[in-house]
Design a protein around this ligand. Sequence first.
Ligand SMILES: [Cu+2]
Length: 488
Amino acid sequence: MTDRSPLPRRRVLQGLVGAGTVALAGCANLRGAVGGEPTVPDPRAPPEGPADVSTRLRAGVPDTDSTAGVSGSTWLYDDTYPGPELRVSEGDVFEVDVHNDLPDETTIHWHGIPLTNPMDGVPNVTQAPIDSGEAFTYKFRAEPAGTYFYHSHVGLQLDRGLFGPLVIEEPSPHVEYDREFTVVFDDYLGRTPAPLSEFASDGTSDGGGTGGMGSGGMGGGPGGMMGGSSFANRPPYRALTVNGASSESPPTFEVDEGDRVRFRFVNASSATAIDVQLAGHPLSISHADGRPVEPFTVDAFGFGSGERYDAVVEANDPGTWELRGTPIDGDEPPARAVFTYGADSTQSPTVPSSTGTRLSYSNLRARSPLDGVQGSPDRTFDVTLSAGDSGQWLINGQAYPDADPMYISEGDHVRINMSNRSPVLHPMHLHGHFFQVGDAVKDTVVVPGHMGQVTIDFVADNPGDWFFHCHNLYHLDAGMARVIRYVE
Ligand SMILES: [Cu+2]
């Protein structure tokens, strides 16, 4: 059975919950009738009636606490980094009261969950942003089961620390395990995020680094220099963290010999693809982006911002082992955690070897492939991902918001062929839908640099305006996004 095994998540501050009044912001219909625009169907309505599970989150600015490694530029949910893990059972109606104590407007996006459009949390696309001092109630049915995360979708707020894991528990997992841990990777900025052009001009060192995803991997390509700036891909990060801890103070996952341990890995970073490896232990990949796959055993996997993998590990070789998250496109020290059983947990952990098998998307076989994506698509979009001349990131030559919607209709089998004309990888994320990519079902997929090509297929079964974008926050902020709009 599962074990909620709370991690030693560092509570950076025991802050008081803000005492603001609850003012529910109305969720305006922002589509409206516009002359010349096609008619848009109504989105599905959020669930009615009482919620099965209710909680609240406070988005706020913690006091500066240098010992905890946060600065005034770090903004958090409930003063924790990452935000609190939310857990519900599959099928529950889940309600979250979000109180905005930030000096800026905000929203929350429930990454990967195909909920109703008004609850999707994209400012000025699915809802009016929540003003400073105001509140908004998100309500949705928690399905399907899986490992997800939630985060701000306003500007560069995600890179201030406004994210947390969300687990929807399945009633009967297809893999057996004795306990589980959620493992959230992040690139910790520790300063106020800004467009990459501003980092480039302030002379801070760091930046890209190089590093491929290796043969058979999913990413590929150097992650650094672009368009004359070494900061075109990612800002200068202070550290990579796992569950909020830097490599100097790694969290410890202590288990018993013989345990089968399920890890729920989340890449919540804003701009970093990460290679994950556990010394001495193969990883049996059981879920991709929350969706169950036929278990496939590898020594390592890479994942981009917004992707998740679950893996089961057998604790059958007592010792103290390092779980390592290495930046694929950065040169910060790896994020580290300690996995220990039947041994002295204070001894220096054995580090992963540099050799072994790596997961490729072609290894993933969804246990429940999508229905309705076989055969010829009803709509096909050929999408080119590229860099603009002055720091923008483009989809078919356009930088959002100066970009055309992609029109689809309910019931369509939609295909998007993506081709990457830039040298850096792009983790492309579709809101409101899972898509089929090869034999996998996912919501985020890495399109490798240097003419990497990826095709996704999905069924248009959730009317509304849905964001489709790069999950490198800095690429998103510089235009790499589109609205996919249902029309009649
Ligand atoms: Cu990108």
